[in-house]
Ligand binder design. Structure first.
Ligand code: NAP
Length: 248
C-alpha cells in the first residue's frame, strides 16, 4: 500500500491532488484543520472509490501535528508521500507594498507557509524514512522565485509585496536544504509550482483549474527513482514550455 499525506486537502489544489493520487491507487490521508470540512472531503473521495482517510491537522498547531503523526504511525507504520500543500495568502496591509507591510501580517503568513512546513515535515520524517522511497512535495509558487520576480520581462515584475512571495522564497530554500540533507537517501524533496489557479486563495481569479494546479504536485509525488531532487518544478507562465523546472 502506498500512502500520501496531503495538508490542506479539504479544498482547492490540495483536494484535487488527493483526488488524482487516489485515482492512481494511492491511499490518501486527507489532512484538514476543520473536522467537518475534512470529513466531508474524505467522504466525497470515498464515494468516488478512493481509499481516503480524514486526519485533523492544523499546520500551526504542534499538538495536532504530533497527534496526526502518531495516528499515521499506528495505522500505517510508514508514509510514502508528504505533500505540504496548506498555505495562505490574502493578508494585505494598505497598498501591499513592502513599506506598508506589518510584522503581524508577516508572522501570520510565515506561521502557515513556512514554519508549518518544517513542523509537519520533521514530525513525519521518521515515517517517511521507513518507506522504501518517499517523496516530499512542498507546494510553492513562481512568485517565490527571486529570479522571476526581479526580471523586468517577467509578468511578475509589477508585483512588489513581501508576505506571500517571500514566504514561498523561504519555502524554496527549505526545500533545497531538505533535499541536501536527504541527498544520499531514496527520499526526493521538490517544490511544486501549481501556476495561477482559480481557488479561494485568490478569490477564484486564477486562469488554471484546480485539476491543472494539482498536476505538478502529483508529478513530483510520483517521481521515479532517477527523478530529480531539490527542484522548483511546475507550470511556466510564459514561453513554449508548459511544465518544467523553474529558476529559484
Ligand atoms: P485554498 O483553496 O485556499 O486552499 C488552501 C488550503 O490550505 C485549505 O484547505 C485551507 O484550509 C488550508 N490551510 C490554511 N491554513 C491552514 C492551517 N493552518 N492548517 C491546515 N490547513 C490550512 O488555496 P489553494 O490555491 O488550493 O492553495 C494550496 C497551495 O497552493 C498553497 O500552498 C498555495 O500557496 C499554493 N499556490 C496556489 C496558487 C494559486 O494560484 N491558487 C499558486 C501557487 C501556489 P481551510 O479550508 O480550513 O482554510
Amino acid at each position: 500500500m502506498t500512502t500520501a499525506l496531503i495538508t490542506g486537502a479539504n479544498k482547492g489544489i490540495g483536494y484535487e491532488t488527493a483526488r488524482q493520487l487516489a485515482a492512481r491507487g494511492i491511499t490518501v490521508l486527507v489532512a484538514a484543520r476543520d473536522k467537518d470540512l475534512g470529513q466531508a472531503a474524505a467522504g466525497k473521495l470515498k464515494a468516488e472509490g478512493a481509499q481516503a482517510h480524514f486526519v485533523q491537522l492544523d499546520v500551526t498547531d504542534e499538538d495536532s501535528i504530533a497527534r496526526a503523526a502518531t495516528w499515521i504511525d499506528a495505522e500505517f507504520g510508514s508514509l510514502d508521500i508528504l505533500i505540504n500543500n496548506a498555505g495562505i495568502g490574502g493578508f494585505v496591509d494598505g497598498d501591499n507594498k513592502p513599506s506598508s507591510t506589518t510584522l503581524a501580517t508577516l508572522r501570520k503568513v510565515y506561521e502557515t507557509n513556512v514554519f508549518g512546513v518544517v513542523a509537519v515535515t520533521n514530525a513525519v520524517l521518521p515515517l517517511l524514512r521507513r518507506a522504501p522511497a518517499a517523496r516530499i512535495v512542498n507546494v510553492s509558487s513562481e512568485v517565490g522565485s527571486i529570479a522571476l520576480m526581479t526580471d523586468p520581462e517577467s509578468p511578475m515584475w509589477p508585483m512588489a509585496a513581501i508576505p506571500y512571495p517571500s514566504s514561498k522564497t523561504a519555502l524554496n530554500m527549505i526545500t533545497a536544504m531538505y533535499a541536501k540533507e536527504l541527498w544520499d537517501t531514496p527520499i526526493k524533496v521538490n517544490a511544486a509550482n501549481p501556476g495561477y489557479t482559480a481557488t479561494d486563495l485568490n478569490g477564484n481569479t486564477g486562469f488554471r483549474t484546480p485539476t491543472q494546479g494539482a498536476e505538478p504536485s502529483v508529478h513530483l509525488a510520483t517521481l521515479p527513482a532517477d527523478g530529480p531532487s531539490g527542484q522548483l518544478w511546475g507550470h511556466h507562465m510564459v514561453g513554449d514550455v508548459e511544465y518544467g523546472p523553474l529558476p529559484w
